[in-house]
Design a protein around this ligand. Structure first.
Ligand SMILES: [Mg+2]
Length: 258
């Protein structure tokens, strides 16, 4: 083991998986992981907006040669993954829960007003969300942009609140908790330095971690949102020619020669 350990942070939907009818998850990505592990310690973080039960179902359905070492769920909670069970990083998750409880309580009247507005908008609907007072599903990406702009103005008194967007979906979050801060926390736990961190994602909720503050090696697959590709290029990262997991494998090849 002559090389320093690396930390690989991957989004899930749209990044490791596009085709949900497949029987084996991301074979080329796992091949890269295996090759990298011949010469160094590799920590893999699955950094997703999903909650555990839906991920568990996928883990049980799809063939995967190994599991992640860490999970960041709902874009904010951190779990070490041991014996196929998520074990919470308690101090972080407690602080995260307290912060959100406090913020959502203080902003309750404004959130209620926005909720009414969305319900009447005709371009989006309010949906249940485990991590937010409610979630939002817009009819189209353009509608999602409009709702986000309206939410920003209705919640102007709460600069610590952000709308965490992913495709036409959105949930509310405190600005301190996102895929980037989760990645930084896990890097500290693992003792991996910034220059040995790789992050890859395809959508708006990945933008927080696709930043030089959190990873030195930044990438997105070919199917990434235009805004994500733009950010990757602006930071000198790698925009893959291949989609989803094949693009992730391509990016790992680019940065680490596998
Ligand atoms: Mg995604």
């Amino acid at each position: 083991m002559h090389h320093p350990p690396i930390l690989i942070s991957t989004d899930f939907d749209g990044t490791l998986i596009l085709d949900y009818t497949t029987s084996s998850l991301a074979p080329r990505f796992f091949k890269c992981l295996q090759k990298l592990r011949r010469t160094r310690r590799v920590v893999w973080l699955l950094n997703t907006g999903r909650e555990w039960s839906s991920l568990d179902e996928i883990f049980n359905t799809l063939a995967m040669p190994c599991h992640p070492d860490w999970l960041a769920l709902l874009e904010r909670e951190i779990y070490r993954f041991a014996n196929r069970q998520p074990v919470p990083l308690s101090h972080w998750n407690r602080h995260c829960a307290d912060t959100h409880r406090d913020l959502f309580a203080r902003a309750a009247p404004a959130l209620k007003q926005l909720r009414r507005h969305i319900a009447q908008s005709g371009i989006a609907e309010v949906i249940p969300d485990d991590a937010s007072p409610y979630g939002i599903r817009a009819n189209t990406p353009a509608d999602a942009d409009r709702i986000a702009a309206e939410a920003a103005s209705l919640l102007a008194d709460f600069p610590e609140m952000m709308l965490m967007r992913n495709s036409v979906y959105a949930r509310f979050a405190h600005v301190d908790f996102h895929k980037g801060s989760c990645l930084a926390t896990i890097a500290r736990e693992e003792g991996v330095s910034l220059q040995n961190i790789f992050a890859v994602g395809d959508h708006l909720n990945d933008l927080h971690m696709l930043h030089p503050r959190y990873a030195s090696h930044l990438a997105c697959p070919a199917n990434a949102e235009p805004q994500v590709k733009q950010a990757i290029r602006a930071h000198g990262g790698y925009v893959a020619r291949a989609a989803a997991a094949d693009g992730v494998a391509e990016a790992l090849g680019h940065f680490f020669g596998v």
